[in-house]
Design a protein around this ligand. Structure first.
Ligand SMILES: Nc1ncnc2c1ncn2[C@@H]1O[C@H](COP(=O)(O)OP(=O)(O)OP(=O)(O)O)[C@@H](O)[C@H]1O
Length: 568
C-alpha cells in the first residue's frame, strides 16, 4: 500500500499517470521540477525519508495555504476526517501536494488516478491491489481469476480489504503512531485518494461509479477511512449527479508569475544564469499557459539554447553576456510560443479521437474529451451560443449593461483602455476566483441578448468570403440568430447547457452553462478564431468583458493576436 514502508511487495506492474509513461529522469528535464507523480506513487518516486513541514512548504512553492488547509482537514492520524475534494486547473500541484503531505506525515494511503485507471474495473482492482498489497488469493477473498467489474463487488471486497488493513498487525504502523503520539479507538487512518475524478464523467458506467465514489463514506461507514477526491472540475460538477454530501473543498488556483518563478528557480545550480533566462521567458510564456508541466517542456530546450554560447555553465553572466545570450535565444522564442499555444488543444483532440474510435460513439457529457470530439462538428452559431451561455452563467446580470452595449460593443474603447491599465495578473486572479464560484442560471432572453451582442458586428464584418454565389453562408449574423434556438436545444441535449427548472414567478425556464473555463477557452480559440482572422471585431469585443468572466477569453484573444502578428 502506498505509504506503507513496511510492505515487502513491490507492485507487479506500474501504470503511470500519462500514457507516455516512463517518468522523466530529473536530470534530463528542467532540473528544479519534482518528478511527475506516478501510480502508485510513493515507494519509488518519492524518497521514504520523512520531511519536515518547512521542507514541504519549500518543496512546493505557491501551495502554502493549500498545504496548511489540507493538514487541517486530515487532522491527526487516529482521528476521522470528512471527505475532501481538492480542485483546480491542470498542473496546479494537487496531486503532488497530497503525495508529499502523506509522505511528510507517513500516513497510509491508496492512490488511484482515473487517468491511468481508465475504466471502473481497472480503478476498482487498482484500489484493491494496493490495499491487499498486490496479493490476490482465496485467503484475502480476491482470487486472481476474479475480475472486479461490478460496483457491488467492489464495495464488498473493499470493505473486507479495509477491515484487514485497519485491524491487521502492523509493526511499522505502531512505530509511526507512537511517534505522532496518538492512540485512541478508531485505529490508524487509511486514506483513499481518487485523482482526476472528472474523467469518470465520460466513462461508459461513469454515472454509476461517480455517485458510488462520492457516497463511499456513507457506504463504508468506517471512520478510519479518509476519502480524498482530486479534480480539475469544480465541486458543483458532482453534487447534483451524486446526491452526496458536499466534501470539504480546497481550491488550487493557477500559479502566479511569482509562484512560477520560485518553482522554476528551485534547485537551480547557477541561480543567476537561470534567473536571467527566466526574466526573458517567464512573462510571455505564462500569459499563454500557467501550467508548470507545459512551461517546463517549453523552457527545457530553450534554456539549453540560451546556454549554447557559454563555455562554462557556472559563470555568472554580466550585462554584455546576457545581451549576447538573449540575442542567441530570441529567434527561437516565437516558434516555441506558438508551439506551446497550439500543442495542448490539438493533443487533446488526438486523445479524444483515440478514445472515441475505441468507444465508437459520442457521449453526452461535457468533459474535455467530449468537447474535442464535438468540436469537429460544432457549428459556428453553437460555438457563439456556448460562449454566450458561459458568460451569462459566470457574469452577474447586473454587469451586462456595462459589458455588452446596444452597439455590440463598438463603443468600448474607453472601457478597454481602462482595463488595460489594471494589472493583468490582478484581473486574472479575480476572474479565476469568480470562475471557481461556479455557474449561475440565466433566462433565455438574457442568453439571446448576449448572443446577439457578440455576434451583432457580424452585420458590418461580413466579408466577401461569407458569400458564395450571392448566398449568405455561415458566419452572417442573420444566419447565426435564426439558428440559435435550434442550436440551444442541441447544446442542451449534449449537456453543454442544462435547463435549470421552471421558475413560476418568472414564467420561463432558466439555463446554466455546464462547461468549464478550459473548454470555454477552447471554444474561443478554436471555435471563433476563423472570424478573428477576417476581422478584428472579436478582439474589440472581448476586452469589454475583460474585468469579469471573460478574462480568460480575452487573455486568449490577446495571446492569439500576438501570435498571429508574430507569425507574420
Ligand atoms: N509547486 C510546485 N513545485 C514544483 N513542481 C510543481 C509544483 N506544482 C506542480 N509541479 C509540477 O507539475 C507537475 C504536475 O503537478 P500535479 O500532477 O501535482 O498537478 P495536478 O494539479 O494534479 O494536475 P492534473 O489536474 O493535471 O492532474 C508535477 O509533476 C510537478 O513536477
Amino acid at each position: 500500500m502506498a505509504g506503507d514502508e513496511g510492505t515487502p511487495q513491490t507492485p507487479a506492474r506500474r501504470v503511470t499517470r500519462s500514457s507516455s509513461a516512463t517518468p522523466l529522469k530529473p536530470s534530463l528535464v528542467t532540473p528544479n521540477l519534482l518528478p511527475p507523480p506516478t501510480h502508485p506513487p510513493p515507494q519509488e518516486s518519492l524518497s521514504t525519508e520523512p520531511m519536515s513541514a518547512d521542507d514541504l512548504l519549500a518543496l512546493l512553492p505557491g501551495r502554502k495555504s493549500q498545504i496548511l488547509e489540507f493538514l487541517r482537514v486530515i487532522g491527526p492520524p487516529n482521528s476521522p476526517m470528512l471527505p475532501a475534494l481538492l480542485y483546480g486547473g491542470p498542473s496546479t500541484g494537487k496531486t503532488i501536494t497530497i503525495l508529499h503531505v502523506f509522505r511528510l506525515l507517513r500516513r497510509r494511503f491508496v492512490y488511484a488516478s482515473c487517468r491511468s485507471c481508465y475504466s471502473p474495473r481497472i480503478l476498482f482492482e487498482t484500489v484493491l491491489n494496493q490495499l491487499l498489497f498486490h496479493r490476490r488469493s482465496r485467503e484475502n477473498g480476491y482470487s486472481s481469476a476474479k475480475r472486479c467489474e461490478r460496483a457491488s463487488d467492489f464495495v464488498n471486497l473493499l470493505r473486507d480489504a479495509l477491515t484487514r488493513a485497519i485491524t491487521g498487525p502492523r509493526d511499522e504502523k505502531k512505530k509511526s503512531c507512537s511517534k505522532e503520539g496518538h492512540g485512541d479507538g478508531i485505529g490508524e487512518m487509511i486514506y483513499l485518494v481518487f485523482d482526476n475524478v472528472e474523467l469518470i464523467r465520460s466513462w461508459d458506467k461513469g454515472s454509476e461509479v461517480l455517485p458510488l465514489l462520492f457516497r463511499m463514506a456513507d457506504v463504508l461507514k468506517t471512520p478510519a477511512v479518509g476519502l480524498i477526491y482530486i479534480s480539475r472540475a469544480m465541486p458543483d460538477a458532482y453534487y447534483s449527479m451524486t446526491g452526496s454530501v458536499e466534501p470539504i473543498s480546497i481550491y488550487f488556483p493557477d500559479y502566479t508569475v511569482d509562484d512560477l518563478h520560485y518553482i522554476f528557480m528551485r534547485n537551480q545550480v547557477n541561480q543567476k544564469l537561470y534567473s536571467s533566462f527566466l526574466s526573458i521567458v517567464l512573462k510571455p510564456f505564462s500569459r499563454v499557459t500557467k501550467r508548470v508541466d507545459e512551461l517546463a517542456t517549453a523552457f527545457d530546450p530553450l534554456f539549453m539554447k540560451y546556454c549554447e554560447p557559454l563555455t562554462d555553465l557556472s559563470l555568472v553572466p554580466d550585462e554584455a553576456m546576457k545581451r549576447k545570450l538573449f540575442d542567441h535565444l530570441q529567434p527561437h522564442l516565437t516558434a516555441s510560443l506558438n508551439e506551446i499555444f497550439t500543442v495542448t488543444p490539438w493533443s487533446l483532440v488526438e486523445v479524444a479521437k483515440e478514445r472515441t474510435s475505441k468507444r465508437g460513439h459520442i457521449r453526452k457529457l461535457c468533459g474535455k474529451e467530449l468537447f474535442s470530439e464535438l468540436d469537429i462538428h460544432m457549428s459556428t452559431s453553437a460555438k457563439y451560443l456556448l460562449i454566450s451561455a458561459f458568460l451569462a452563467s459566470r457574469n452577474p446580470a447586473t454587469l451586462d449593461a456595462a459589458l455588452f452595449d446596444s452597439t455590440g460593443g463598438s463603443n468600448n474603447r474607453k472601457r478597454k483602455r481602462k482595463s488595460t491599465h489594471t494589472s493583468l495578473d490582478q484581473q486574472d486572479d479575480m476572474a479565476e476566483e469568480i470562475l471557481m464560484k461556479g455557474p449561475g442560471t440565466f433566462p433565455l432572453e438574457r442568453l439571446l441578448a448576449i448572443f446577439q451582442c457578440i455576434t451583432s458586428v457580424m452585420d458590418c464584418s461580413v466579408e466577401e468570403d461569407q458569400f458564395e454565389d450571392g448566398v449568405l453562408t455561415e458566419g452572417s449574423n442573420v444566419w447565426l440568430m435564426s439558428d440559435a434556438l435550434l442550436q440551444l436545444s442541441t447544446l442542451c441535449n449534449a449537456n453543454f447547457i442544462c435547463k435549470s427548472g421552471n421558475f413560476q414567478l418568472e414564467g420561463s425556464t432558466r439555463y446554466r452553462s455546464m462547461i468549464d473555463e478550459d473548454m470555454a477557452l477552447k471554444v474561443v480559440w478554436r471555435g471563433v478564431s476563423t472570424f478573428h482572422c477576417r476581422s478584428t471585431y472579436i478582439e474589440d469585443r472581448f476586452p469589454i468583458c475583460y474585468h469579469g468572466f471573460g478574462s480568460l477569453i480575452c487573455n486568449n484573444w490577446t495571446n492569439g493576436s500576438q501570435l498571429l502578428k508574430l507569425e507574420k
